[in-house]
Design a protein around this ligand. Structure first.
Ligand code: GAR
Length: 192
């Protein structure tokens, strides 16, 4: 087991593109990484992000989401089997139940594409542009049973220009997400 090196056994949950997964894999391969990604789980068989796990030989599994209970039961078993210490949600678009969060009993992190508590839920970029906000950004927070409401670990702002659309803002925010997630993990695990 990787425990002797002090690295946290980490599972990353995805639903789609997986660009945050890619950045977490990149971080996990650095010498000073505090995590080892031992498992990638997707609720979507066609998630492009699965390719990144395959390329890096990371055990990856698709759990079909027929209903929340059966998904979470299977997921919990896998997490236990793999001695998972930390879950990173990275574009995982299903909501985990309070029961699951309690049962897992260790930290679950999420990255969200807005400056929480603003714009919980979906469609964050269009909402920020439509409201003529001056800034948007990304947040990494601990997952609790209330959607996008757990303790904030780290946030970073980006300026919204008059010329920005939801799409262009999404691109800008995604770029900062890729740096923010590893930084937030370091902050969480070193308490700095
Ligand atoms: C990211 O922007 C992430 O913040 C967001 O989905 C995108 C996934 O991109 N997550 C949420 O909206 C969660 N509510 P990726 O698959 O390329 O990492």
């Amino acid at each position: 087991m990787e425990k002797s090196s002090g690295k946290k056994n980490t599972a990353v949950l995805i639903s789609g593109r997986g660009s945050n997964l890619r950045s977490l894999i990149k971080y996990s391969k650095t010498k000073k990484s505090l995590i080892k990604i031992v498992l990638v789980v997707s609720d979507n068989l066609f998630a492009k992000g699965l390719n990144y796990a395959n390329k890096s030989n990371i055990n990856n599994i698709v759990i079909k989401y027929s209903n929340r209970k059966s998904f979470e039961d299977r997921l919990l078993k896998l997490l236990k089997k793999n001695n998972i210490d930390l879950i990173c949600l990275a574009g995982f678009m299903k909501i985990l139940s309070g029961k699951f969060i309690k049962k897992f009993n260790k930290t679950i992190l999420n990255i969200h594409p807005s400056l929480l508590p603003k714009y919980k839920g979906l469609n964050t970029h269009n909402r920020a542009v439509q409201n003529k906000d001056k800034y948007s950004g990304a947040t990494v927070h601990i997952v609790n049973k209330k959607l996008d409401s757990g303790k904030i670990i780290l946030q970073k702002k980006v300026k919204i220009l008059k010329s920005d659309s939801g799409k262009s803002l999404e691109k800008k925010v995604l770029k900062i997400e890729h740096k923010l997630y590893p930084k937030a993990i370091i902050r969480l695990l070193t308490n700095y």
